[in-house]
Design a protein around this ligand. Structure first.
Ligand code: ATP
Length: 478
């Protein structure tokens, strides 16, 4: 790394570290900046998450720093954990006393005791996360790097400071973190470390699903999420945490007819969509769009491989997957379900004919999520045949244009029927019931099919016509 001592000092001078330094010197406490902030400094990734370790009284140091920072500072002390957190402007600073950790077999919660700086660096997950800058006056900016984290940063390597089998067995969440850092930073996992993840993969079962899902979501939000998923697959972790996804693996051939490997196809779709959006839930929709292919796969002698209704079955599988993975069971999940259930529609539309009524129905069914749906459909084009890709993309451009045209004309995106249930009840003296529902549906269908425009008077006349067929008479005729 070509970063000089002067540059380190200049950087630390610019931020609030001199103030922490003064507080620590006054208290005669050895004190260090450690972990993610140091790593990100060397990677030129700006960060406001600061971790400070004091040899001894972390909480007292935090109290003194908070006093010096004065206004606009909040201090929260977690006595049970021996930590304290300061929020000041854009900074979040965690203070802790240096500690030594030992683990039992059945839990990732360690037994903690006071320790030396060396003990504290040894308890860190990866060499690149174990580097520290001293903050005390005379040694301000001195790097403590006992495990050659700087070299690993340069070589783009994730490696544990100690025996990886012990590191991962102690706290198996670190296996997910290893994959997450590899995916976020584009690093490789060191072979020894990788093999230990493979050996210890079953230990992931002692970690709460919430923590696993947190890391998985960070992998999904990384610039090229397939990097993380392929590592999860190769280490065997994916099979444990997300078996529905590994079930997509494999390509079968019968009578010379094959189908694509839906696992790798899905990863390409995910990487494609990651270039277009940072929306976690749209990325989840990409992951799940073909999730029901294994359960719907059939061989038809005439048609070859079919995956009938995999979009609808996929939509139905999602609540159970979200529940098990402790993902939210709210409108985020409903959004993912909707996109998955509709993901074939734009392609079907192109394959048949882009009629106004088909476009109107698509707009009606997708509502405000139409743009996200189109983004997924475009990401779903993973053919290696460039001619084909060009043709599909062009067809989707036509669909997008048509969507705009029809929306402008008919405004069906957030369709509200121009004649509603109340008006129907009033006109015919009906109370709520089957007939009102039938008339409402008939009006909606007629508008979507383009039989009548999306306007009140046309809908009113159409309602009278339909009512006649049903032997319903209006109370009075206007
Ligand atoms: P990010 O902010 O991207 O999550 P980070 O490295 O700052 O990255 P934190 O979870 O804030 O991640 O952790 C801060 C530091 O604490 C890490 O850099 C690492 O030194 C240590 N750490 C965090 N979690 C663990 C763990 N499970 N095992 C060992 N050390 C850990």
């Amino acid at each position: 790394m070509d970063i000089s001592q002067e540059e380190i000092q200049a950087h630390l001078d610019k931020h609030i570290f001199r103030l922490i330094s003064r507080a620590a010197d006054e208290m005669k406490l050895e004190c260090y900046l450690i972990g993610g902030y140091v790593r990100d400094f060397f990677l030129y990734r700006p960060s406001n998450d600061i971790d400070v370790v004091a040899i001894g009284k972390g909480i007292e140091l935090a109290e003194s720093v908070a006093g010096k920072l004065g206004r606009n500072t909040s201090l929260t002390v977690f006595k049970n954990f021996g930590t304290a957190q300061i929020k000041h402007k854009e900074y979040e600073i965690e203070f802790v006393g240096a500690r030594k950790e030992s683990y039992r077999n059945d839990s990732r919660k360690p037994i903690v005791e006071d320790g030396s700086m060396e003990d504290d660096q040894k308890r860190r997950d990866f060499t690149i996360n174990a580097m520290a800058f001293c903050l005390n006056g005379g040694r301000f900016g001195e790097l403590l790097d006992p495990f050659n984290g700087l070299q690993d940063l340069e070589d783009l390597i994730i490696r544990t400071p100690l025996n990886p089998d012990i590191t991962f067995s102690d706290d198996p969440l670190r296996m997910m973190r290893a994959v997450r850092f590899a995916s976020q930073l584009g690093f490789d996992i060191y072979p020894d470390t990788f093999d230990a993840i493979k050996r210890n993969r079953e230990r992931i079962n002692i970690v709460s699903m919430e923590r696993v899902a947190d890391e998985l979501n960070k992998i999904i939000l990384s610039p090229k999420p397939s990097v993380g998923f392929i590592l999860l697959e190769k280490t065997g972790l994916l099979d444990i945490i997300f078996p529905e996804f590994t079930a997509l693996k494999g390509a079968e051939t019968k009578d010379g007819v094959g189908h694509k490997d839906n696992f790798y196809h899905t990863l390409i779709v995910l990487d494609n969509i990651a270039k277009q959006t940072d929306d976690l839930w749209l990325r989840w929709a990409a992951i799940l769009h073909d999730i029901a292919k294994p359960v719907t796969k059939r061989w038809d002698p005439k048609l070859g491989w079919t995956f009938h209704n995999h979009n609808f079955i996929g939509e139905k599988m999602i609540p159970r997957i979200f529940q098990r993975m402790k993902l939210p069971q709210n409108e985020k999940m409903k959004f993912v379900q909707k996109i998955v259930s509709l993901h074939m529609r734009p392609m079907q539309l192109v394959e048949d004919e882009v009629t106004d009524s088909a476009v109107r129905r698509l707009l009606y069914d997708s509502g405000n999520d139409i743009d996200d749906l189109m983004t997924l459909c475009e990401a779903d084009i993973t053919s290696k045949n460039q001619e084909k890709v060009k043709r599909f993309m062009n067809n989707f451009r036509i669909v997008r244009r048509k969507l705009l045209e029809i929306e402008e004309k008919d405004r069906v995106r957030n369709f509200q029927p121009p004649v509603d249930g109340n008006e129907i009840m009033e006109v015919f003296g009906l109370s709520q019931g089957r007939e009102v529902g039938l008339l409402k549906a008939a009006i909606k269908e007629a508008i979507l099919d383009g039989i009548i425009p999306n306007e009140h008077d046309a809908a009113y006349l159409y309602m009278l016509e339909k009512a006649k067929e049903m032997n319903l008479k209006p109370l009075k005729i206007d």
